[in-house]
Structures are given as C-alpha cells and as structure tokens.
Design a binder for this molecule. Structure first.
Ligand SMILES: Cc1cc2nc3c(=O)[nH]c(=O)nc-3n(C[C@H](O)[C@H](O)[C@H](O)COP(=O)(O)O)c2cc1C
Ligand code: SF4
Length: 224
C-alpha cells in the first residue's frame, strides 16, 4: 500500500475482503485504494471472496466496477456469511457459528475447484433470495434515503465538517471512537491497524484520522 502502483506477476489474483457498510456500497476503503493501484490486470483471472455478517449484495458489484475501471475483469465472485465482528445475533452463538463454518468449508471446496478450473461467474453463494429482495427494497428505499438518511451517513455528517464524498469522509469517523477504563493500553490495536491510524498516547489509543489527512494533502498535491 506504500507504493503508488502495484503490479502482480501471477496470472491469478484473489481478493478476499469483508463487507463494510453495505448501505454505502460495502467495499472497505483499503480495498478500494488497493484496487486503484493495480496495473496490467487486463488478462488476469481475478476472483473475489466477500465475507459478511448480515448481508452483502453490492460489495462485489462495487469491486467489479472498480476493477473494470482499472481495465480488468472479475472472473469469479463469491459471498460468504461469517459470524461478524460487529455486535449481532451470531456473535456469541457458538452453535450458529459452527453451522456457518460448516457451510464455509463446503463453499471453500466449491470455490477452490471453481478457481482451479478458471471457471467464470459471479455468485451469491448463500444469499441469493435475500439479495434480490434487498435490491428490490433498495429501489423503493433509495428515494426515502433523502428524507431518512441511514445512521452511517448521519454519523459521517456529525463527525466531519468537510463536504467530501464518503470515501474521503469515512476515515473521519474515528472522531467518534473512544475507550473506557477496560483499556489497559496494551497497544495491540496500534500494532495491527492496517492503515497505521492508532497511536498509543499516555497508555491510551489515539485515533489519527490519518487516511483522510493524506487524501486531503494529496488533493492539494502535497504528497503523492
Ligand atoms: C465497520 C464495519 C462495518 C460492517 N458492515 C457490515 C455490513 O454493512 N453488512 C454486513 O453484512 N456485515 C458488515 N460488517 C461485518 C463484517 O462484514 C464481518 O465482520 C466480516 O465479514 C468478517 O467476519 P468475521 O468478523 O466473522 O470474521 C461490518 C463490520 C465492520 C467492522
Ligand atoms: S490498547 Fe487497544 S488493543 Fe489494548 S486494550 Fe486498549 S483498545 Fe484494546
């Protein structure tokens, strides 16, 4: 991610990512940034596996659009339900989780064979019906979004003063993050953060809104 361009030598590229904010497209910002750096992908066999906690209908489509704009094509796409690291009904339900992992093991065999044989097709491996219903609902729901904005958009507005597109506003959401006295300042969050966004200051995490600052600076051509 430090490089401006990413060139992949192998013929096959697999992009495995979680759904983040389905209401805003579902593709995590870091995945968007990664794909925008890819070059010479025209002839590659690109497949995507998108995990989700509740529903993922648009994330692979978003990725597909982005990859097309880079000159490539997703040959195979799959969605896979996971327990979800957000609060949800499956988070502490071990039985439900085990069932999900069983389904995943079966999906994995199927996906491996599919990719090994370079087959093509975009699949909702386990939420076809829900996906269609969701798209239909979204059609009806979209005009209402102007009146009843989703909570994510409201949060963005609350914590960001700039009227930037959401891609650039999203990192500003860390303004709403905080810890409580259960935090022991161990620094794990800082070590594992993939965008280097957490500094431990006085034994407590401090969120840096790095990514958005970098974007603003790059818009002003101060950094590449
Ligand atoms: C910030 C954030 C936003 C998320 N948004 C969605 C969402 O809109 N829809 C959804 O199905 N899952 C959502 N998830 C859940 C992740 O997709 C899920 O945690 C991920 O696929 C990995 O599964 P796991 O946590 O069980 O490993 C979100 C998770 C986070 C952290
Ligand atoms: S420093 Fe980070 S990982 Fe460690 S306890 Fe506090 S919030 Fe959790």
């Amino acid at each position: 991610m430090e490089n401006n361009k990413i060139s992949i030598e192998t013929d096959v590229i697999g992009i495995v990512f979680p759904t983040y904010y389905e209401t805003l497209g579902g593709l995590p910002l870091i995945v968007r940034r990664f794909v925008k750096k890819l070059e010479n992908i025209e002839s590659k066999y690109i497949f995507a596996i998108c995990t989700y906690g509740g529903a993922s209908v648009t994330a692979i489509k978003c990725l597909e659009k982005l990859i097309n704009s880079q000159g490539g094509k997703i040959r195979a796409g799959f969605t896979v339900n996971m327990p979800s690291n957000m609060a949800g009904p499956n988070l502490n339900n071990t039985k439900k989780q085990e069932k999900m992992f069983d389904v995943w093991n079966k999906n994995l065999d199927y996906i491996s064979e599919f990719v090994k044989n370079r087959k093509e097709g975009i699949f909702d491996t386990d939420n076809v019906l829900f996906g269609r219903a969701y798209l239909l609902l979204k059609l009806i729901y979209s005009p209402l979004m102007f009146i009843f904005k989703p909570s994510t958009l409201k949060q963005l507005k609350k914590y960001s003063s700039a009227s930037l597109p959401y891609e650039q506003q999203l990192p500003l959401m860390d303004r709403s993050f905080s810890t409580n006295k259960k935090c022991n300042g161990c620094g794990t969050c800082s070590k594992i953060c993939p965008v280097n966004n957490i500094k431990i200051i006085k034994d407590s995490p401090s969120w840096q809104h790095h990514s958005s600052l970098r974007i603003l600076l790059s818009m002003l051509s101060l950094v590449s």
